[in-house]
Design a protein around this ligand. Structure first.
Ligand code: CA
Length: 240
């Protein structure tokens, strides 16, 4: 059973009920219908469906305009839209896709095609949302001003590192390496990855230079230097 809400905007009663029947059979239980463009727009705003099946030939506002309005409003702009069209409406299909519709089905369509398209659009949409969420989390990580790992505090604003409340003076690159490794403690970073991550300081960094930096970093960290482990033949990692 699918929890997703489907909105069908279609003026022909037969087609409307046929779509509803078939989606229902396929496990979609939350289905709303609208008989006109205006009603469709209102329902879309009210229920915020997960997918909209939109007929292009509607009696009041045509489907293309419904699509345009849905895309314009911030509440409905990312709801997947599948256009329902006749084969002869090819130009409209192209315009619709350009306006932001996600897919189209030409009438008459089989039940199989209908269900497959709905599922495919929903899947793509969910994948996209998950990716966007990941990016957001990543951004929050970046905005986090300091990280704590055991007795370490690494402050990004002041670029200060303390271990057991004692300040450790690091160079730009040493700080970058420690931050990179500690941010995901336990993860192994190859020298190449470390080079790529700290390139930003404008100095030439080679893989060999990373080894030198690590030696320097460990020296400054003293006993805490053992938190940076060498993984032979691979690179380095931070362990808590
Ligand atoms: Ca129609």
């Amino acid at each position: 059973m699918s929890k997703e809400k489907v909105l069908i905007i279609e003026d022909e009663a037969d087609i409307r009920s046929l779509i509803k029947y078939n989606l229902n059979k396929a496990g979609f239980t939350r289905i709303e219908t609208a008989e006109s463009g205006l009603e469709g727009l209102e329902k879309a705003k009210e229920i915020i469906p997960d997918v909209i099946l939109l007929d292009l030939m509607l009696p009041d506002i045509d489907g293309l305009n419904v699509c345009r309005k849905l895309r314009k409003s911030s509440n409905t702009n990312d709801i997947p839209i599948i256009m329902l069209t006749a084969k002869s409406e090819e130009t409209d299909i192209i315009i619709g896709l350009e306006m932001g519709a996600d897919d189209y089905i030409t009438k008459p369509f089989s039940n199989k095609v209908l269900v497959a398209r709905v599922r495919s659009v929903l899947r793509r949409h969910n994948e996209y949302n998950n990716a966007a969420e990941d990016a957001e989390n990543e951004q929050q990580d970046a905005q986090q001003m300091y990280i704590r790992r055991g007795d370490f505090t690494i402050d990004l604003n002041t670029r200060e590192v303390t271990y057991k409340d004692e300040l450790i003076n690091l160079t730009y690159s040493e700080f970058e390496i420690l931050y990179l490794l500690a941010r995901r403690s336990g993860w192994v970073y190859s020298r190449e990855k470390i080079v790529n991550a700290i390139k930003g300081d404008g100095y030439p960094v080679t893989e060999r230079a990373i080894d030198v930096q690590i030696v320097g970093l460990r020296k400054k960290l003293g006993v805490a230097g053992s938190h940076i482990q060498t993984i032979r033949g691979v690179g380095y990692r931070f362990v808590e």
